[in-house]
Design a protein around this ligand. Structure first.
Ligand code: ITT
Length: 209
């Protein structure tokens, strides 16, 4: 049994491997298969983009008759900031340009929110995971981690917008959490655990003894 995770994001795949460690399957990234994604993520929702990512890889493996005992999954996620009408949202990776560093992107967001009071700094990390099995059956799960936009960037754990995502109940940003701490509460952790329940309920995956 193998799970092919259709992502080119090294931060995501690290977290995913950890969260799926109890699944009795080999976890492979696109890089492990020598593949890369060319598909344009032009959907208007996280769900549409996750679907685009799994279908691109499904079409490739299916043409090669290489879907036996395989599940393809993809994660589309992003930071939705309440006072910016949910932006950058589905554009999170492309915000200010795909190749712009997160030091610059995070600083720009902090600047945009400089005068926004504490009670209006709410934000959520949203994650949508889609999966497709060898019979072409598609499964979806979506969830969120709520927090606030911090006043300054803090922490060097995680990736992307983690250093500016403040969790009031912990008094830390998600960039200051260990991988284990983040995975226990994160959008990605929640949704992958939902997906494990769905796929094990369908008898598609099982857990290590
Ligand atoms: P793939 O499409 O190859 O998976 P990507 O980075 O382009 O990689 P997305 O299109 O889903 O992924 O964009 C998600 C962006 O949202 C990501 O690049 C980060 O900027 C941000 N993001 C999502 N989850 C995050 C997290 O847990 N911590 C920090 N930033 C996150």
């Amino acid at each position: 049994m193998r799970i092919v995770f259709a992502t080119g994001n090294a931060g995501k795949i690290r977290e995913i491997r950890d969260i799926l460690a109890d699944v009795d399957a080999e976890i492979l990234s696109l890089k492990d298969l020598g593949l890369s994604s060319e598909a344009e993520e032009n959907g208007s929702s996280f769900g549409e983009n996750a679907r685009i990512k799994i279908m691109e890889i499904y079409d490739i493996l299916n043409k090669r008759s290489d879907m036996k005992d395989t599940v393809i999954m993809a994660d589309d996620s992003g930071l939705c900031i309440d006072c910016l009408g949910g932006e950058p949202g589905v554009h999170s990776a492309r915000y200010m340009g795909h190749d712009t560093s997160y030091v610059i992107k995070n600083r720009a967001i902090l600047d945009r929110l400089r005068d926004v009071p504490e009670e209006e700094r709410g934000a959520g990390f949203v994650c949508h995971i889609s999966a497709i099995d060898e019979n072409g059956r598609i499964f979806d799960a979506e969830g969120e981690m709520r927090g606030r936009i911090a006043h300054e960037s803090r922490g060097s754990e995680g990736f992307g917008y983690d250093p500016i995502f403040y969790l009031p109940e912990l008094g830390r940003t998600s960039g200051e959490l260990s991988e284990e701490e983040k995975n226990a509460i994160s959008h990605r952790g929640k949704v992958l655990r939902m997906m494990k329940d769905i796929l094990s309920g369908e008898g598609i995956i099982s857990f290590r003894q």
